[in-house]
Structures are given as structure tokens and as C-alpha cells.
Write a protein that binds this ligand. Sequence first.
Ligand code: GLY
Length: 353
Amino acid sequence: MKKQEVILCENLSADLRRALSACPHDRLFVLTDEHTRQLCLPLVSETLASEEAIEICIGAEDTHKTLETLATVWTELSTQGATRHSLLVNLGGGMVTDLGGFAAATFKRGIAYINIPTTLLAMVDAAVGGKTGINFNGLKNEIGAFAPADSVLIETDFLRTLDDRNFFSGYAEMLKHGLISDTEHWAELLAFDTEHIDYVHLKQLVGRSVEEKEKVVEQDPQEHGIRKALNFGHTVGHAFESLALAQRRPVLHGYAVAWGMVCELYLSHRLTAFPKEKMRQTVRFIKANYGTFFFHCKHYDALYDYMTHDKKNTAGSINFTLLTEVGDIRIDQTVGRELIFEALDFYRDCMGI
Ligand code: GLY
């Protein structure tokens, strides 16, 4: 798999011009959602207008990450004359970069694309590393492909207008990168003043977080081994997210991951001796900033069932990534039903439900 170029922007328009000229194309398309079209497109519209970019706009938020939306993007590309040599710029959060990336990966068997993530979650996770896809059959990212963008342009100025919930959603993935990298980075993330954000410091932390992700992806682009580290918190997190969706009270991905990390830190403590005090410190941060996802023990079976769909599983067992220490990763840890239920008990207990 080719390596994508990730740029922490100093000047988005200039960086975009460079990225466009590094990627020869006959026609240029730009995919936005109804929010980023209004709020973010104006920042790059001059650069895109000089190339007569054709706009495609889709509905915002995860509910639109569907086969139907994907089909409308394919239709637009097809009817507006895209060829195999066309280029797609995805301007938006993780929904736009995931779906747009998958549209690009599949249209005429693959066209080039550039991601310009506009949310923290997309900057530190979704837009980087080549995972693309859509939700299907009630399951998150059930259909997709590994297909890296040519370039990812990260403009952290977009974060200045991000709402709190989307800030914390992305911050959960940064915290995950902290947990799988080293104690110093993890401690810096826990100490960051999230109430009075210093955007210069945040930009440094975003750069560090993206570096961590790239380091892992470079070693294992298609997730046969160490890339599973990036799924820390996600086995339980995706189950929370799916349950919430089924109950028509959707939660933001990063919140589900944060709550999932509470359970998976517990499993790490029980099975691979993750230090209790570091578990407690992380759980305190999550409880203080993410609130609680409410569920009852009668939902344990349903949650377990969702976990059986996790892409890391091999037939018949649920496969976790656990930690023995901050930065010390144990992939392919099989965990039985009883211990998973114990982790859900721990969650309900320490989150006060
Ligand atoms: N979001 C996890 C990964 O990119 O592998």
C-alpha cells in the first residue's frame, strides 16, 4: 500500500495548491457535507475555483454514512464526467473522509483523493491511515477498503470553531494514542486544560498524535498485526455505539471509544497486569469529561453479540487489544464472556450507574 503524505498545515491554500499539483488530474471534484460546505469550503474555494472543481454535497453526520449516500456520490462522479484520472478532495469530518475515500477507492476501480479533515476525530484518526468505508446492516464500517489518500492536509485552525462534544470525541482517539505510545505523552494528554484550550499546544499534540498513528500504520497498513493496537477501546466501544444506535440515541464515536477504554483498561488490569493507578487516573479523566453511557445488565447479551461482529475476531472468539503498561501492547488477547461481563460490571460501578 502506498504511503500517504500527511501535512500539518501552516497555510492551507498554499498546501492544497502543492498537493493538487503533486497529483496530476483531468477533473477535480470536492465532496462536502451540508455543514462543511457552508463553514469550511469558503477557506479553500479560491484554490478550488481556479481548477473549476465540481462540488458534491451530502447530508451531514453518521446517519448518512450509507450505501444510498455512497450511490449518490458515484452517480455525481459518473454523470459529471469523472474519469480514472480525476481527483476527489474530501472536506469534512470522519463521515465525509471515510465515505469519500471509499467512493474514490471504488469508482472506476480507484481514483486518487486528498483528505482535508475538519474535525479533531478526522484529523487524528479517520482521515489518516487509509481505512475507508460505510456503515451497513446496522454495523459500523461493515463495508470498506484500505485505500490511502494521496495527501492529508491537517489545518488545526478548523478546531477553533469546533463544538465541545466533537472536540472530546476526537480527544478520545488522542488519549488512545497516548495509552499505546508512552507515559509522557499519556500524562500530557491527561493534564491538558480542556476547559481553556491553548490552540498552539493543541496543534503540537495533534501532530504528535498523528505521528503515533502513522508509525503504527506504516508497520502494518492492512491490520494483520500491530495496527490492531489502534483498536484499543474499540471492541467494547463499537458495541456501545451499536447499542446506542439501535436504541435511537446515537452517541459520537469518540465518546463510545472513551467508555470502551474504561472496560478495556479493566480487562488489561485483570489479564495483562496494567497498573491499577494508571487505570484509575485514565478512568477519572473519562468520567469527568465524557459523562456516562447508561445501560442495564439486561443489555449485556446484546453488547456481547455486537462484540462478536468485531473485525478483529477469528471464528468463535472475541479478540481484544490489551495493555500491560502505557505503550506496552498485547494484541490478539482472547477474552471470554464472563470476564467481558465483569468489565461491564466494573464500568457500571465506577461510572456510577
Ligand atoms: N481507527 C483505527 C485505524 O485506523 O486502524
